[in-house]
Write a protein that binds this ligand. Structure first.
Ligand code: SF4
Ligand code: SF4
Length: 432
């Protein structure tokens, strides 16, 4: 480990220790955060005593074992954020639960063999899906390895890792930023991860800190004024869980905020009507995103935004860091959404996050409406050619030989072995 890494790890540990101590000092175990949590039924916790549940979490944070109910609460926490306004002491209970999850995982980690980590499997999946949907020079551009990369940029469009599985979303946003004449550069991929997988999923403070620091240093090299996050997990990790470890020399905001704040620039460039009745798939949890995307879609000529009954409070995304952790809750959210959209007779469900896109895009084959990312709709209104959603096309094929035939130019250009790719594509985990 380098000296600077050792120092930053000490900073992160000190920060977590002091934040944890502040929670322990302030929490009165009133239990209001538990009462506000929509995930209790998924952990069989409806009848649990809220004060006892919180006391167990505090015990875990103090170094104890907690108890079964507290551990179950931490397990089913989808980081929805519904508990945040409930705390009368100004504690962020979602952050408290994230620290408890990290603590529990760091203990599990001591029992597990090193090497086969969630992060490693995730990286392999991303490389495989990116390799079947983009050319090598595109991959290098998105991951900060292109020799054409700008040395400086006003704005960094930060991808995180997993959106590379659905690259059409990234290319759409890049086209939109270019149409707006934003001076930007793009950065993403597993080498530029935010660190949440190591920290929260693997309980690996050292690994999480090393990766996060590397990525923050990469941002700073561009001397940006603003870093735009895409991934809600990156936003949560950098903007909440570890925010405050270091003072950043740039602002950080979600890309939808940046676009919604510049609606006039976009409106002046809308050249095409999109005469469709559209329902937006919403998640609470990342402040402002629903309103931002509603604002953008409502401004598109001809588009009618249709309100439907859905369950936005159960998680901040359908992806693996949130609803993907609790399959029953994810199913409830999807059934509710799809049946409501069908009953409302919409032409399209518009999705925001890539984690939702992966699990919901093939509903287009089963329901009488299209399923698209909102960036495709925005690009269309701007007269840009929306990038084809190859992930959706492949998923709808449900036939590996058809996928290999479609992906052949990418597989060849990326020097991948078609037989190995075909075998790997049969893994159902790749498609959710
Ligand atoms: S963040 Fe959401 S799921 Fe987690 S404890 Fe709070 S309310 Fe419950
Ligand atoms: S609402 Fe706040 S003070 Fe009450 S138990 Fe939860 S974290 Fe503690």
């Amino acid at each position: 480990m380098h000296g600077s890494d050792t120092m930053s790890q000490a900073l992160l540990q000190t920060y977590i220790d002091s934040e944890t101590q502040a929670i322990l000092d302030k929490c009165t175990t009133c239990g209001k955060c538990v009462e506000a949590c929509p995930m209790l039924p998924y952990g069989n916790l409806q009848g649990a005593d809220p004060e006892r549940v919180v006391s167990g979490i505090l015990d875990i944070l103090r170094g104890g074992q907690g108890h079964d109910e507290a551990r179950r609460w931490a397990q089913v926490c989808t980081a929805s954020g519904s508990c945040i306004p409930a705390c009368p002491e100004g504690i962020n209970p979602r952050k408290m639960l994230n620290f408890a999850k990290h603590t529990l995982k760091s203990r599990d980690r001591l029992q597990q063999p090193a090497g086969d980590t969630y992060f490693k499997r995730m990286a392999q999946s991303i490389r495989l899906l990116a390799g079947t949907q983009m050319m090598p020079e595109q991959f290098r551009r998105l991951t900060g390895l292109s020799t054409d990369q700008k040395p400086r940029a006003d704005v960094i469009f930060y991808l995180g890792c997993n959106v590379l599985r659905t690259p059409h979303i990234v290319f759409n946003v890049m086209d939109i930023l270019e149409a707006m004449e934003v001076d930007y550069e793009v950065l993403g991929g597993v080498n530029n991860c935010c660190g949440i997988v190591h920290f929260r999923t693997q309980g690996d403070l050292e690994g999480g800190d090393r990766i996060e620091n590397h990525t923050l240093r990469r941002f700073a090299e561009f001397h940006p004024q603003t870093v735009l996050t895409w991934c809600p997990s990156c936003q949560l990790h950098l903007g909440e869980t570890t925010a405050g470890v270091a003072e950043l020399p740039y602002a950080m905001e979600h890309v939808t905020q940046f676009l919604a704040d510049r609606l006039d620039i976009l409106k002046a460039r809308f050249v095409k009507a999109v005469p469709k009745r559209v329902a937006l798939h919403e998640h609470n949890g990342i402040a402002g995103v629903n309103d931002n995307v509603r604002k953008l879609l409502t401004a598109i000529p001809g588009l009618e935004l249709v309100d439907i009954d859905q369950l936005p409070e159960l998680g901040y995304t359908c992806g693996g860091g949130s609803l993907g952790l609790v399959q029953l809750a994810q199913q409830d959210v999807h059934e509710h959404l799809l049946e409501s959209a069908k009953a409302a007779g919409v032409d399209m469900i518009a999705l925001v996050y890539h984690g939702c896109h992966r699990v919901l895009c093939d509903a287009q084959g089963r329901y009488p409406f299209e399923v698209k990312n909102f960036t495709s709709v925005l690009a269309e209104a701007l007269g840009l050619e929306p990038h084809e959603d190859l992930f959706q096309r492949y998923k709808l094929h449900q036939d590996v030989s058809k996928i290999i035939a479609d992906a052949e130019p990418f597989i060849r250009a990326n020097g991948m072995d078609p037989k190995g790719v075909a075998a790997a594509l049969t893994d159902p985990a790749l498609w959710v």
